[in-house]
Design a protein around this ligand. Structure first.
Ligand code: ADP
Ligand code: ZN
Length: 607
């Protein structure tokens, strides 16, 4: 076992790295600047925390998410790692005291808000110790193109220049657009960085769109059929938050609310009630969520359609961070479009911009809203739609969204396949996808004429199909070795190993595809019916109760002690000894030392 695997097990209790983590960690350990783009919940923290504790000096983590810092440091402490944070939530006294400790090298990992960086005392500390790495979390905040631009992030470089030695810089974000990515690398002056983007797919999320006449009754029904589950209900307006939350409360459901109209204190209380599972359902506007790191959110229901796919995926992505299956349901109503349009037109956020620039931004927002609206109406795989939106290729069928479950059928595409493959073959495997599809579709383009494809046997053989369907079929052929594509920039199509038998009319080809929509057909509104069985529910409840007790005593959220997933694994494997317990994912040595005996005792009593 390598040292980093040992550390992963010892401090975090995990046996394996997740996708991308190891590459990023290795890069940092090799002393290189590193830039990781991974979706929410993919496990970015470990990518800098683990090398942070393996390296000699201090790791400084810059993050704008003040509420998250406290939890992160609490989590580190649970894992037996010394950390601290510096932000505006500390009193003067606490601030100086912590700085004093930090100077003496008490902490291995230090979180800081960007506004604090150029603060004299903080600089003093930073210059008197060895800072080995600076980690810029939420790195998209440096880009004006991102949604959360923060001017204070531009100071990071000034700060780095104040240090005697330039530390390694690692940056992390979940926001993917190319422009933002380029900005981050450029503005932070990353030096030949290792850049890694992991797929944006979150396989454990189930996506669904429903168009109910009565949204409230759908919500209520969902909550009733998923007792004990924790979730967020997003509404577009404060007024609606109040209404929905009140109705739930009146019906005896432990719900709370969050929006910008509440006092700071009430927001904090409500947020804690949610995080500590006292009130497992949060009804909120989009003001809620930045920096909420609750890992056991089982569902995110959008009571209204949000303004764009970026917001939707970010908000829905707060479900299932623990890797457990979770539901993301959007309750669409025609009014949502109007409300969002209203927000776009009256938006006053960009007042300092020139009128033309403001109009440009509005135009962009209208486009985004349109694509969000398409999402609510598409018959295609919802996951595929989202991933394509972010520029990622994916199979057209995921099997874990409402459309795949209700709108798809097995379709025989043998003749389409034969025509596409035949056309590729006929023209000597020289052309790319677009040209070939245009040819079988019977298009009249400059290239078709120039290459004389209109004289080909297969020209127009599929003219009755939509080009969209042909593209899907071609994607399927590419993903399943009927076709291949050259890697050069021409991306020429070639016949794949499975093409022969199809061309020889010896084999059929079928694929899952969206049913052709009949005019006026209404989407079946089947609620997701997947509940996750827990082995031994009695034991699970007992473990949860113990976790709640410990969390209260330590004043940390329950999932900081152990996640649901870890408890579930305990139920399934019923560990009896120290070794068996340490083998459970999420149980590291520090945590075992603190709680292992108590958990073993409860397991023994309840099994
Ligand atoms: P992100 O910052 O990317 O949104 P986090 O760092 O908060 O994600 O990690 C999400 C969850 O995944 C956390 O509960 C974390 O402990 C868990 N996790 C991270 N890495 C692993 C791993 N290698 N194996 C199992 N769980 C992991
Ligand atoms: Zn799907």
């Amino acid at each position: 076992m390598t040292q980093k695997h040992q550390f992963l097990k010892k401090y975090f209790g995990y046996d394996q790295f997740r996708e991308g983590q190891e590459i990023l960690i290795d890069s940092i350990l090799a002393g290189k600047d590193t830039f990781g783009i991974m979706p929410t919940g993919a496990g970015k923290s470990i990518c800098y925390q683990l090398p942070g504790i393996m390296m000699e000096g201090i790791t400084l983590v810059i993050t704008p998410l003040i509420s998250l810092m406290k939890d992160q440091v609490a989590s580190l402490k649970e894992a037996g790692i010394r950390g601290a944070y510096f932000n505006s939530s500390l009193t003067q006294g606490q601030y100086f005291k912590a700085l004093e400790y930090a100077k003496r090298g008490t902490y291995k990992i230090v979180y800081v808000a960007p506004e604090r960086l150029m603060n004299r005392e903080f600089l003093d500390f930073a210059r008197s110790v060895k800072i080995e790495m600076i980690t810029v979390d939420e790195a998209h905040c440096v880009s004006q193109w991102g949604q959360d631009f923060r001017p204070s992030y531009l100071k990071i470089l000034d700060f780095v220049e104040q240090l005697e030695h330039r530390p390694i810089i690692s940056a992390f974000t979940a926001t993917a657009t190319r422009q933002v990515r380029e900005d981050v690398a450029q503005i932070l002056e990353l030096k030949e960085p290792t850049i890694l983007t992991t797929g944006f797919d979150r396989k454990n999320l189930f996506f669904s769109v429903q168009k109910p006449g009565n949204k409230y009754s759908v919500l209520k029904n969902y909550v009733d059929t998923h007792p004990g589950k924790s979730g967020i209900v997003y509404c577009l307006t404060r007024k609606l938050v109040e209404e929905v939350c009140q109705r739930l409360e009146e019906e005896g459901i432990a719900a709370t609310r969050y929006h910008a109209g509440l006092s700071d204190e009430e927001r904090r209380t409500n947020q804690d009630d949610f995080i500590y599972d006292i009130k497992p359902i949060m009804v909120a506007t989009n003001a809620f969520g930045m920096g909420i790191d609750k890992s056991n959110v089982n569902f995110v229901i959008h009571y209204n359609m949000p303004k764009n796919i970026e917001s939707y995926y970010q908000e829905a992505g707060r479900a299932g961070r623990d890797g457990e299956n979770a539901d993301c349901i959007l309750l669409y109503g025609g009014k949502d479009v109007v409300t969002n349009q209203f927000f776009i037109e009256k938006d006053s956020e960009n007042e300092e911009l020139e009128p033309e620039e403001r109009e440009k931004i509005r135009e962009r927002d209208r486009m985004r809203l349109k694509k969000m609206t398409f999402y609510c109406h598409t018959n295609e795989c919802l996951r595929n739609y989202i991933l394509n939106y972010f520029g990622e290729r994916s199979p057209g069928y995921c099997g874990n969204c409402i459309n795949c479950l209700t709108q798809f059928e097995e379709r025989d595409i043998t003749s389409v396949a034969r025509h596409i493959l035949g056309c590729v073959d006929n023209c000597g495997q020289r052309y790319g996808l677009t040209v070939i599809l245009d040819a079988v579709h019977g298009g009249d383009t400059e290239k078709i004429r120039r290459y004389r494809l209109d004289e080909d046997d297969y020209y127009g053989t599929e003219s009755d199909k939509s080009i969209h369907f042909l593209r899907q079929a071609a994607d399927y052929l590419l993903l399943n070795d009927y076709l291949t594509q050259t890697d050069d920039r021409y991306s020429v199509l070639r016949l794949g190993p499975k093409a022969g038998p199809v061309l020889a009319r010896k084999e059929q080809v079928t694929m899952k595809a969206a049913k052709e929509r009949e005019p006026g057909a209404v989407k079946a509104e089947k609620a997701s019916k997947r509940d996750y069985e827990i082995e031994n529910p009695g034991l699970f409840e007992a473990l949860r109760a113990l976790r709640t007790k410990i969390a209260r005593i330590q004043s940390v959220p329950p999932y900081v002690v152990f996640t649901d997933k870890t408890l579930r694994e305990m139920c399934a494997r019923v560990p009896k000894t120290r070794e068996e317990m340490l083998d459970i994912s999420g149980v590291g040595e520090a945590k075992f030392k603190k709680y292992g005996k108590e958990f073993l005792r409860v397991i023994e009593e309840n099994s």
